[in-house]
Each structure stands twice: as C-alpha cells, then as structure tokens.
Design a protein around this ligand. Structure first.
Ligand code: ZN
Length: 80
C-alpha cells in the first residue's frame, strides 16, 4: 500500500523524531527512501503492517511498524 501525502509526512516526522536513520548502518550513505506499507505474515493470527525504508546506495531495507508510527490503525491491514 503506497503512502498518501499525509502518511508520508507522518512517517518522515516520526523517523526524524525517534530514529537516527542516517547514515545507513551498512554503507554509511546519508540518503534513504520511504517505500510502501507491506504486510509481514506471522505464524499467529494475521499480519504485521510495516513501512519499508531503503538506503538509496546499498539497498539496505529497514522495517518499521506502521501501527506504531501512526500510519494505519491496529485493526487495518493493507490488502497488497
Ligand atoms: Zn546503505
């Protein structure tokens, strides 16, 4: 599920306030891109919606809980 403009701003604010995302922990590059909200399958009930954040240099992908970031409600799960 792609981010809408409001979700994108919420994600950028959340990352800026809480996570030292720069530089990349793998290659040291300073730039990253926000991806989509994806569902991680679990062995329990349901899925975990996560935002992908990707290093523009090496492709290192980090996952953050979209629920914790305030991007989707706890009960909503993207259908992608
Ligand atoms: Zn990197």
């Amino acid at each position: 599920m792609p981010l809408d403009p409001q979700q994108r701003q919420t994600a950028l604010d959340w990352l800026r306030d809480r996570v030292p995302i720069n530089p990349c922990l793998i290659c040291g590059a300073p730039e990253f891109s926000l991806g989509e909200i994806v569902n991680l399958a679990t062995t329990g009930s349901g899925a975990v919606p996560c935002l992908t954040v990707t290093c523009k240099e090496c492709g290192n992908v980090r996952l953050f809980s979209a629920v914790l970031m305030g991007l989707v409600p706890q009960t909503e799960a993207p259908t992608s």
